[in-house]
Design a protein around this ligand. Sequence first.
Ligand SMILES: Nc1ncnc2c1ncn2[C@@H]1O[C@H](COP(=O)(O)OP(=O)(O)O)[C@@H](O)[C@H]1O
Ligand SMILES: [Mg+2]
Length: 276
Amino acid sequence: MCCKLFTVTEHQTITTSQIHVDRVTHTYETETGALPVLNDLTIKIEENRFTAVVGPSGCGKSTLTRLIAGLLIPDEGEVWLKGEHVSSPRSSVGMAFQNPVLLEWRSVLKNINLPLEIIPAEARAQVPSNRGQELLELVGLAGFGDKRPSELSGGMKQRASLCRALVHNPEVLILDEPFAALDAFTREDLWLTMLRLRDQEPFTGLLITHDLREAIFLADEVIVLSARPATNQYSLDLSDFKIRTLDDLYTNEAMDILNVLRGQIQQASEISLAER
Ligand SMILES: Nc1ncnc2c1ncn2[C@@H]1O[C@H](COP(=O)(O)OP(=O)(O)O)[C@@H](O)[C@H]1O
Ligand SMILES: [Mg+2]
């Protein structure tokens, strides 16, 4: 299929969102045939807003993160970051995953600083030399910079992974189920760390999660994706629902919101099972 050409000026009148996934459709070619994964999906995230995306397993959430980071190019539709068309991998995106994958032969601080060795020199020049150290302190890992990754607990590794995702001051942060492998207490601790990070330096981001409490605790908006091929099934703006403590997750209002989201997920999953 021939590619469409865009000029930035032409587009800037259309979107100023920090993240704009615009009517994206994507299909994988597999040995057993075409696998449609995303279908006409649109997501807009404004500056300093944090959006959680939930949906049935295998519906295309991780594919969405790769499209935003420019690691995949959609078959149809476009992805825009801060008004720029994404057509190749973007160093202005910070990513963290369920598996923190820290390099054992480097110290924790050197792992965190790794993106600075990869981004363009002009971008690197904008980053203060003590940025990694400051982030370590912010996430409660002061004094651990010289340790090796194997000396850290699972929660500490995930904190380090968050620092690595943020060290180059990315325009957007993408988190793909970053806390899913942690025990409940450690996970909640990480949520509080995320709030602290956002208070200190607001960022624009997308969080993929299966945990609805995590979604409403951390996000300004929750988007529920349908079964594969995923499209927008439901979205809930949480701007007026401010959660600041873990106790706020147990109010009647929080329970009502969780029930609505649970119903939506169930609906998406039932469709997904019916189609198998
Ligand atoms: N590179 C790929 N090639 C072929 N199929 C893929 C590829 N990556 C993912 N898939 C398939 O696409 C579907 C969506 O995957 P993914 O985006 O990882 O879903 P999710 O993150 O929502 O669980 C799954 O069925 C998965 O097996
Ligand atoms: Mg996934």
